[in-house]
Design a protein around this ligand. Structure first.
Ligand SMILES: [Zn+2]
Ligand SMILES: [Zn+2]
Length: 213
């Protein structure tokens, strides 16, 4: 597997392009904006994406999903259906985040906890991780020990819980049961900032050391 990172939007959201190196199949995770930048990266590597996967419905993670879906005739997969209100509210999110006005769109398919997404010879386990948002999901690749966590956890920090339907105790419980249950050598790919590992966060992240529950 190859994972390319394309920082998008003024929030420097880490859009990821996942590539199965044996089949050359690619998926786009969290295309939050700057569609032309994502397309340029795909073209450079001569990749034709076969799906778009979303961790949650915040505009900086989904803003270019409809445009790319249209351009490549792709399905938009995920997140969990509890996230629907954030998609309904995309026009308001644009206003709230100071982005250009835009219409709402909705995913082709919602995901459930325990679903599997396949990309060529790779498979990703879907885990529901509410707290930052109620329908947030993460994608776990077991053979190469990678987990795409969106805004659930960051290097040294965790997702905000002050948005509508956000909840700090729920987020901490999600992190403990769904992220920290992975072995220490798993690489955490977050929606913002640098990569980290489960072991590093288990040992050093102040939000999950017990201080906050
Ligand atoms: Zn978010
Ligand atoms: Zn974000």
């Amino acid at each position: 597997m190859k994972i390319l990172t394309v920082p998008v939007t003024p929030f420097q959201q880490n859009c990821r392009i996942l590539v199965c190196t044996s089949s050359n199949k690619a998926a786009i995770v969290d295309p939050g904006g700057d569609a032309q930048k994502i397309v340029a990266t795909l073209n450079e590597l001569e990749l034709v994406p076969e799906a778009i996967w979303l961790t949650h419905g915040h505009l900086d993670h989904v803003g270019a999903a409809d445009e790319l879906a249209m351009a490549y005739n792709l399905d938009i997969i995920g997140p969990h259906i509890d996230e629907k209100f954030w998609f309904d509210a995309l026009p308001q999110q644009a206003q709230m985040f100071g982005f250009a006005p835009r219409p709402a769109f909705w995913p082709t398919n919602w995901l459930s906890h325990g679903d599997t997404l396949t990309l060529g010879e790779l498979s990703f386990e879907v885990r529901h991780c509410p707290g930052h948002t109620p329908g947030h999901v993460i994608f776990v690749e077991q053979t190469q020990k990678q987990v795409l966590v969106g805004d659930v956890i960051f290097k040294g920090s965790i997702g905000r819980t002050d948005f509508p339907k956000g909840d700090a105790p729920t987020l901490i419980a999600s992190i403990k049961s769904q992220v920290l249950s992975l072995s220490d050598d798993f690489v955490i790919l977050s929606g913002h900032g640098e990569n980290t590992t489960v072991g590093h966060e288990r040992a050093t992240n102040p939000f999950i050391s017990g201080r906050f529950g």
